[in-house]
Design a protein around this ligand. Structure first.
Ligand code: C2E
Ligand code: MG
Ligand code: MG
Ligand code: MG
Length: 284
């Protein structure tokens, strides 16, 4: 009967929810331990200039080496951390670790390009400028060394306090990048309200280049607009020489992607910088 079917569906559904909730709880409690047990690490992925081929920046990406499960992807644990609020602790750890590493590189006489750190919307509150000033000061890191990557979700609604927090950060010397651009709901006109110096074209539009007409049109529109707004453009997830050529011809400034390097541990990033690893442009 219908009622029996409905009940079966409900039981099935709630069993599935139950599993998800359990998984969620497990990740949450293990993530708390991860902070204490030093299971977290930052990897660094180079950003490369499409003019010089040189490394001009890096993005710090969080990695969790779980003692039993191995590498857990941020795609799995960041959403859990966001929901539980644990992202605030994780986010502070990331800022602390990125500044510590930048300081260590400076002390080792490395010429460091800016390092970008991802920020969750939940970290973006009134106290953020103060927290940034504190961590920079403790590690003796110049604000110009750090870039903050934020996502469009923060802009939607255009909350006045968001604009003023951004202005405070920029006045301190920090640069702001808009991550995953094109996947959210912010309109182009909207963007000029915010003191953002860099736009990162989301990987989902880069994948189809240069063969998918729609992706080409979107990439072209984003680059054209960013040039008008005098923003730097970084293309995410560039994997092929064809994608690179297309983006370069468009006038895109930088690329970040497996074509040049995956995210790597600090030592490997340092080696790339020391060896002056460059992007080869000859391949077509
Ligand atoms: P994101 O900030 O957009 O970072 C770029 C993601 O694209 C990274 O995934 C990177 O490994 C991946 N990627 C880069 N180049 C390529 C490529 O050529 N091909 C492919 N297939 N992928 C590429 P990852 O490290 O797994 O991070 C995923 C997301 O997790 C990040 O996306 C970011 O939203 C979030 N995340 C990572 N670390 C942090 C963090 O410290 N704090 C916060 N709040 N979020 C973080
Ligand atoms: Mg990012
Ligand atoms: Mg991104
Ligand atoms: Mg992305």
């Amino acid at each position: 009967s219908k009622a029996v079917q409905a009940e079966a569906a409900f039981l099935f559904y709630s069993e599935e929810m139950n599993q998800r909730a359990k998984e969620h709880l497990r990740i949450e409690s293990e993530l708390r331990l991860a902070l204490q047990r030093n299971e977290l690490q930052l990897y660094y992925q180079p950003k490369v200039s499409l003019r010089s081929g040189r490394i001009v920046g890096a993005e710090a990406l969080l990695r969790w080496r779980h003692p039993v499960r191995g590498m857990v992807s941020p795609g799995v644990f960041i959403p859990v951390a966001e929901e539980t609020g644990l992202i605030l602790e994780l986010g502070n750890w990331v800022l602390e670790e990125a500044c510590r590493q930048v300081r260590a590189w400076k002390d080792a006489n490395l010429i460091m390009p800016p390092v970008a750190v991802n920020l969750s919307a939940r970290q973006f509150d009134r106290r953020l400028p103060e927290r940034m000033a504190d961590v920079l000061q403790r590690h003796q890191v110049q604000p110009e060394q750090i870039m903050l990557e934020i996502t469009e979700s923060l802009l939607v609604g255009g909350a006045e306090n968001v604009v003023s927090i951004m202005n405070e950060l920029v006045a301190m010397g920090l640069a702001l990048a808009l991550d995953d651009f094109g996947t959210g709901y912010s309109s182009l006109a909207y963007l000029k309200k915010f003191p953002i110096s860099t736009l990162k074209i989301d990987r989902s539009f880069v994948i189809g280049l240069p063969y998918e007409e729609n992706d080409c049109a979107i990439a072209r529109a984003i680059v054209t607009m960013a040039q008008q707004l005098r923003q730097e453009i970084v293309a995410e997830g560039v994997e092929t020489a064809e994608q690179m050529s297309f983006l370069r011809d468009l006038g895109c400034d930088q690329l970040q992607g497996y074509l040049f390097s995956q995210p790597v541990p600090a030592e490997d990033f340092e080696r790339m910088l020391r060896e002056g690893k460059r992007l080869a442009f000859t391949v077509r």
